[in-house]
Design a protein around this ligand. Sequence first.
Ligand code: HEM
Length: 282
Amino acid sequence: MEAIIIVSLTFFFLIKIFGYDKFSTLHKYYGLNHHEEEEVMAYVDTLLNLELPEKKRKVNHGEIVSLCSEFLTAGTDTTSTSLQWIMANLVKYPSIQEKLYQEISEVVGSVVDQGVVKEEDLEKMPYIKAVILEGLRRHPPGHFLQPHMVTQEVELNGYVIPKDATINFMIAEMGWDPHVWEDPLDFKPDRFLFGDGGDTEEFDITGSREIKMIPFSAGRRICPAYGLAMLHLEYFVANLIWHFEWTTADGDNVDLSEKLEFTVTMKNPLRARIRPRINQLE
Ligand code: HEM
């Protein structure tokens, strides 16, 4: 009998579906497998002996707590919110979900083998990158950056911005600019596929060549974890789609209205019906 599970999504619950032990990438970056063969260094370890050259001392416990709190806050909500937006679009647009599933199956094979899509598999999947980039363009979790301060007076488009002024950047609006993006409010991952081979390498998410969208900011204060966040999103989405077929719950329409919280979240959180693909093969 088909097992159909209706979920009101919180994505950390979904991590549990797969089991943390299978998420080798998380282990590698967060240093969770100290007892296993691979030698890893946890971020917190790097702080314990960190010298502050200007102050000629090590970071104290209060500063370590503050740094840990910062990266936990900065990293958790942003990634889970982005994941929810991307999955919502994959539920809303089944043909995009199907195209993604086809790409994953071509690289990884059949889900009956019950493995996981691995980090090295993702490198052979241009479409998953395109889906994540489109998700971050259309629904960046932060619509603004942290406030920045101007270090020297500058003139921009006829406006003088004085030294020490506090400024910010409307990063969501940049990604929706109709002068830069065709049909900017549509969810079209194909816009990030370049060349015959569908190579997405060309898109520069750091904005160092040109700025078309900067969900992770740009320059010196760019999100230090942008590579990790991209990898997590590709990893979670690929595995969620490879293992499960996602459809709307009870004829619900996926509502993409926004709500401003710490990040910009779904006003009506995604409710989806997920069906293990393995059952479809029996
Ligand atoms: C989709 C996921 C993520 C997005 C869209 C994102 C985006 C951003 C943005 C826009 C900033 C502000 C940069 C600025 O003000 O110029 C930022 C800063 C930061 N992010 Fe991320 N981030 C994500 C995930 C993560 C993760 C997973 C971590 C840590 C594990 C992290 C750690 C940080 C930290 C520590 C800062 C502050 C950097 C500083 O003050 O210089 N972020 N992020």
